[in-house]
Every structure is written in C-alpha cells, then in structure tokens.
Design a protein around this ligand. Sequence first.
Ligand SMILES: Nc1ncnc2c1ncn2[C@@H]1O[C@H](COP(=O)(O)OP(=O)(O)O)[C@@H](O)[C@H]1O
Ligand SMILES: [Mg+2]
Length: 415
Amino acid sequence: MDFFLTKFDESWDTPTNLDEKMKDLKRKQAELNALKGDTKSRTTAELHPRKKLKKEVELWLENVERINGEIEDLEQKIGENSFASRGFLKGNVLKKIQEVDELYQRGKFHNSLVVDNPGWIGQALSTTTLFGDAAKTCMEKIWAFLMDDDIQKIGVWGTEGIGKTTIVKLVHNQLLKETERFDIVIWITVSKEMNIIKLQNRIARAMKVSLDEDEDETIRPGMIYEMLVRKGKYVLILDDLWDKLSLEEVGIPEPSNGSKLLVTTRLLDVCQYLDCREVRVPTLSNPDAWSLFLKKVGEDVSNHPNLLPIMESVATECDGLPLAIVTIASSMSGVRDVHAWRDALHELKRNGETVKKMEEKVFQKLQFSYDRLRDEELKNCFLCCALLPEDWEIETDELIHLCIAEGHIKEMDSM
Ligand SMILES: Nc1ncnc2c1ncn2[C@@H]1O[C@H](COP(=O)(O)OP(=O)(O)O)[C@@H](O)[C@H]1O
Ligand SMILES: [Mg+2]
C-alpha cells in the first residue's frame, strides 16, 4: 500500500499545485523566448553577406520553436482533462520545465553566432524585371556561353540604354548560385573615367586585397594576375567598357580552366579586339515596347481611350529603346490631358528630325524628361546625380545631403 501511495504521489499532484508548476513553466518559457528575441537581433546584426548562421545556433532556434509548440499542446491537454485527472500530467510539466531550463542555458552564446559562408562567391546586385523576349533570349545566349567549356570571353554589345547592364546584372545574380562551378564572381563598373590603375584597384578590392597605390607599374599587373589565378575559377564582369582594353596591361589572365571574362560595351570593336563571343542586345519589339510604356505611364490610361492613339505615337518615337521608353513614360505618368500629350509628341518628332546619331537620340530623350521636371530645385537635384560615378547606386539621403551641400535645395521639406 505504501509503495502504491509513493508511486501515486510521484505521478500525481493536486490541481492547485499543478497550476503553480504550470505558472513556473510559463515564466521560464517567457525568459527563453526573450533570449530567443535577443539572439535573433544579434543574428540580424552579425549576418553579413559573406557569413552564415552557425549550425548550433540554427538548431537552438529550431528547438525553441519546437518546445513552444509542445508547451502549447501540453496546456491544451491540461485544459481538456477533468479537474482531478489533470494531476497526472505533473510529470510532463516537470519534464518541460527541465527542458526549458536546459535550452535556456545552452542559448547563452558567448561567441559570434556566425561563421564564414564558403558558398558565398559574390554580392547580389539590385535589378529590375525585364520586358520582352529579346532580353530573355539575350540572357539565355549569355548563359549558354558561360556554361560552355570551350568559350572563355563573352562580349555583350548594343547602344546606350538598350539594357546591357540590366541583362548582365540578372545573369550575374544567377551566377551566384553556381557555387560548384565558380569560386568568385566579380562585378566591376568600368565607365568613361576608368583607367588601368583604378581598374586594378577595383579588381583587387573585389577580392578583398588592397593594392598599394605607389606599387611599381610593372609589378601591379603581376599582382592582379596572381590574385585572380589563385582565386581559382572566376567570372570577371566588366560593365560598360568604353575602349579597347589590353588584358595584359591590367593583369587579367587569358581566362582558362573554366574562368570567364564577360564584358558589356557600346562598341562591337571592343568585343572583336578582345576576341569575345558576341551577343548583340536588340531593341524591344513594338508590342513589348508598348507594354513597358503602359506600365511606366500608369495602367489606368486604359480608362482614357482617347489618349491611347497619341500615346502609341509617343511610344513609337522611342524606337524600342528601353531607356527612352522608361524615361519618357515616367515623365508623362499621371498626365492625362490630351493637349499635353500632343505637345509632347510634337516636341519629340521635331527634335527627332534634327538628330540622327543614336547617342544624340538618347540624350534628346533625357532632355525631354529633364525639361518636364517641375521646378528648378528638382532640376538641380537631377544634375547633382551627374556628379556621382556612372551606374552608382544613389541613396536618397546621400543625394539630399549632396544637394544641400551644393546649395541646390534649402529645406528637406521641399523634396
Ligand atoms: N527589357 C527591358 N525591360 C524593362 N526595362 C528595361 C529593359 N532593358 C532596359 N531597361 C531599363 O532601361 C534602362 C537602361 O538600361 P541599362 O541596362 O542601364 O542599359 P545599358 O547598360 O545598355 O546602357 C534601365 O532603367 C533599365 O531598367
Ligand atoms: Mg550600362
């Protein structure tokens, strides 16, 4: 009998005592969840692009989730049991208290929560979605060349504003998943002011090595060469190459053993000089150009059927050039007055007749959009952008500070 009473006492508790134990469990659970919250905040701070969460931290966070679910089930079970039989769940509650205690102790991570991510081969770039089959076909062609072991150098060429950078950025982001095939993917925006020294510095920086500015000019190419060869299989993307480039002078090895060089340029000459496989980016087809135009001008225009024919004529003036479409449609977005659209068409046609060269045509489209900025401050703000390097990602705050410093805007409220 004594034995039975002892056993009973071990596995049963009065409902009041059980409630107390449950309160204890909930208090400890709250502490555990507070620790989970702190750990999550720490992971946000420590998880930089080249890092990944330690397995033990990942597992701990999963366990906290699991135990939260189990405690919820236990509470439900206690609620469903009759007053007296609830007492038999004492063992389950005590076990959970112990588990929560242990998990809490294990969650006090004193060291860093992250380790280097060996799967990191490059930084993802921000992009936009592309319209049209032409761009898709280009991407597929570039991709096929990159995956072809017999092709080492690829040159994507086409006029300014046709979408080269955007297409290659999307390819770049896709390449970052090819961690088995490549060891590093490097993106360099070259543009007009770039010279050999700057290019070498940028390549070195992308590999997290600093190259001494006054290092001997004959040594520098060798250093770049060694860095790239040592990295293993690389994809080096040079966006917007303005002129013929001697790989030897920079120190870029002739890609071999699976490494690739991918350049974008306005000039076919540049591709030919480097002996690249060429991919020409064509203009948008009429239906694709019209879809992009509609999206940028605001799709509510379908409620204004009288505007559609004149808008189509304006879209045609853009010659299938994405930059022109995006710029003109955006500057006319919200304009629903037929006279304003007629004026715009007239202006574009008149200016279009005077320019023949593609580069000037692009400039003329930008001018059209610039003229439509609503006040001088905005115009100055736009011009401020020209002070920043080409293809630079402009942060709004950075631009506002620049405009204030240049005296172009007086108050933040006016932006
Ligand atoms: N196929 C496309 N669909 C939608 N937008 C596009 C397309 N191609 C280019 N753009 C847009 O046109 C602009 C110019 O493109 P960009 O890639 O910078 O041209 P490029 O590098 O050839 O000068 C960008 O704003 C880009 O988002
Ligand atoms: Mg570009």
